[in-house]
Write a protein that binds this ligand. Structure first.
Ligand code: PBE
Length: 299
């Protein structure tokens, strides 16, 4: 919260500063106004890793809204947030692919563009998925994982500390220490185990780094030996389906990971939603006042 307020302050000061010394830049401003949104960002949307559900959905968005002049660049989450920060600091236009919960909504003032065709889908949930047979093999862990549920705010607390430079494990421990009531609900009546091994698989998006590090500690505190395995989204779902990994807390449904979930239907166990009210879409800084809908990108 503190960070966000500082951000607003800086932006406001910047605007004032610019207004104060904009005497002879009227022509430049007029030219700017004529520039289309596409031109202002070089018809580029800054994306993340190619196999993510997010990028698959964004490709569908470009097709459905007939944005054939536009290019979706791919890299990864860290490169996307670095590009966003560079533009934001200079108040330059930028369009990124985005999802919430994400610390960038805490650090920067951002908005989702409306998606009237609902190509990204609507609000969705994050589900916990396990390989078939986990319930019989590791019933204690299974019970905890089945009960596990938290909020975007909970996840945000861990994410923002990690973004501030705290190690994921330490940020997770801080959250656990403050939320022992939640941990107690998930673990109530569950017996500790003696080193049972379990592998949690995830793709290294900031949201999933937070959830998997947190759950690693919860399971370790209950006596499990936990391996965290970070992979691309494709292998994430195939490893659960083949039984090579035990659990993932990272299935965004019903839209983001639709293709993967349909591909392996019946090959994993859906333990239900661990978070409600998440969403993905195209995201811009709020200072881009003229852009509010994906439709606006056509102009
Ligand atoms: N995400 C975050 C993922 C799921 C979690 C939206 C980047 C994806 O697009 O696959």
């Amino acid at each position: 919260m503190f960070k966000k307020l500082t951000g607003i302050g800086t932006a406001a000061l910047l605007t004032l500063g610019l207004a104060a010394c904009s005497g002879d830049s009227t022509n430049a401003n007029a030219e700017k106004e004529e520039e289309s949104i596409g031109e202002s960002v070089d018809y580029t949307i800054t994306g993340i890793d190619p196999g993510s559900g997010h990028m698959q959905a964004t490709e569908r968005v470009l097709a459905e809204y007939e944005l054939s002049d536009w290019e979706l660049t791919s890299a990864n989450g860290a490169a996307m947030t670095a590009a966003l920060k560079r533009a934001y600091d200079k108040e330059e236009p930028i369009i990124v692919t985005g999802w919430n919960p994400h610390w960038k909504f805490i650090t920067f003032d951002l908005k989702f563009l409306d998606d009237p065709e609902l190509v990204y889908g609507d609000v969705e949930q994050i589900h916990t998925y396990a390989r078939l047979g986990l319930k019989e093999d590791l019933p204690e862990a299974y019970t905890i994982l089945e009960r596990f549920q938290w909020t975007p705010e909970d996840m945000g607390e861990i994410m923002i500390e990690i973004e501030d430079g705290i190690a994921p494990e330490d940020a997770s421990r801080n959250w656990i220490d403050k939320n022992d009531d939640k941990i107690a609900e998930w673990t109530e009546g569950v017996e500790s185990v003696d080193g049972d091994e379990i592998t949690l698989v995830y793709s290294p998006w900031d949201s999933e780094i937070a959830s998997h590090n947190m759950m690693k500690l919860v399971l370790e505190d209950m006596g499990h030996k936990v391996t965290l395995s970070s992979v691309e989204p494709g292998p994430l779902f195939s490893s659960l389906a083949s039984g090579g990994a035990d659990v993932s807390l990272a299935a965004w449904l019903p839209y983001t990971h639709k293709d993967y979930v349909e591909k392996y239907e019946g090959k994993f166990d859906d333990l239900g939603a661990n978070m409600e009210g998440v969403r993905q879409g195209l995201v811009v800084p709020t200072y881009m006042e003229d852009v509010n809908s994906i439709e606006d990108l056509k102009n």
